[in-house]
Structures are given as C-alpha cells and as structure tokens.
Design a protein around this ligand. Sequence first.
Ligand code: KFV
Length: 180
Amino acid sequence: MRNQSQSLATGRPSYDDGRMSQHDAPAQSTARSTTHHHGIPEDLFVCIDHVGVAVPDLDEAIAFYQGTFGMRLQHEEVNEEQGVREAMIAVGDSGSCIQLLAPASEDSTIAKFLDRSGPGLQQLAYRVTDVERVSAVLRERGVRLLYDEPRRGTAGSRINFVHPKDAGGVLVELVEPAEG
Ligand code: KFV
C-alpha cells in the first residue's frame, strides 16, 4: 500500500498522452496530508478528475467542444470492457476534464443511458490516490460499490463506481490514475 506522500503525486492531469498537447500540471494545493488514526486520508478525494457526458456521436461531440467551447482534446480511446468510445477534453489547465462517452456497442451502459435519458451528464468522477482503500472506506460507510475489484479505466487508470441510488442520484466514479 502506498504512502500519502507518494500518492499525492497522482494529483496531476492523468490523460495527457503527449500527442495532442504538451503542458505541465498545476500544483494540487488542495490535497491535505493529514490522516486520521486508522491511516485513512481525511480527504478521500483529491479533486474532480472528470465529468462524464453521454453523447450519441463521439466525433460530433469532440468537434463541438473544440469548435464552440475552444477546448482541447487530450486523449481518445475505446474501452471494450466498459462498452465505450471516449474522449478526454481538458478544462483549461485545471487538470479536470470533460469525458465524452459514446456507446461502442448496442448493449453498452451508455446506449442504455441515452435511450432512457438522452444525451447529458452521466457521471461525476473523483480522483483518488488508492481506489481499493477508498472503496473499502465507502463500503464501510454503507454505500454499494459496483465492482468487488477495481477495473481498467481511461489511460490505464483503475476505477470503481458508487451506485447512483446510494449517492443522491449521481453515478460517482473513483479514479486512481496510472503511474508515470
Ligand atoms: N446516473 C444516475 N442514475 C442512474 C444512472 C446514472 N448514470 N444510470 C442509472 N441510473 C438510475 C436509473 O435511472 C434507475 O433509477 C436506477 O439507476 C437503476 O437503473 O429510479 P430508477 O428508474 O429505478 P438500471 O438498473 O436500469 O440502470 P443500468 O444502466 O442497468 O445500471 C446502472 C449502473 C449505474 C449500474 C450502470 O450504468 C453501470 O454499471 N455504470 C458503471 C459503468 C459505466 O457507467 N460505464 C460507462 C463509463 S466508462 C468510464 O467512465 C471509464 C472507462 N472511465 O475510465 O472513466
């Protein structure tokens, strides 16, 4: 298990693959190093990592965010396990992103979401330093985590989700960025 000083290094933007832009991460001055007596961070979440938006057409959505909002495409990939084509769009230099999520298959959770709710906000993702540890704390506090073990998220991150019915109607994702 990593220690707090190591883990705080993951406060950087995590999706910049260096192909689409080059810039440094801002310092994350908000992350506190205090821990309570069980060694669990008082602040479970480092920052808002990204906000996920369900879209029917990824290329059209990227063009809108770039052309209208003047935002920068940082990363794109297909995640077969999650059934999504996705793009991370940087929000200035904040280190937070908008994640555009399009269905990669008909049985994708995003296809289901679009059928039921139409395009729009699908999830709120908090960056964490240790997804297993934070998931364990949240389970202890009585909320359902969707996965027993973390799964692979964007750019090699490790992810889990809090069920929206246990989080006030918000699908909450926990993201531990990949090392490096
Ligand atoms: N936000 C809020 N409420 C939601 C919701 C959402 N995104 N999705 C479903 N609900 C509500 C839904 O309206 C319903 O309420 C209840 O949850 C159960 O719906 O009052 P109601 O009508 O009973 P179900 O069971 O019909 O929904 P279903 O879509 O089958 O399952 C929901 C859930 C959250 C279990 C499923 O969407 C899921 O497994 N989500 C986690 C995986 C995911 O969303 N993957 C796509 C993103 S991939 C990603 O973010 C990555 C790769 N990454 O690294 O960031």
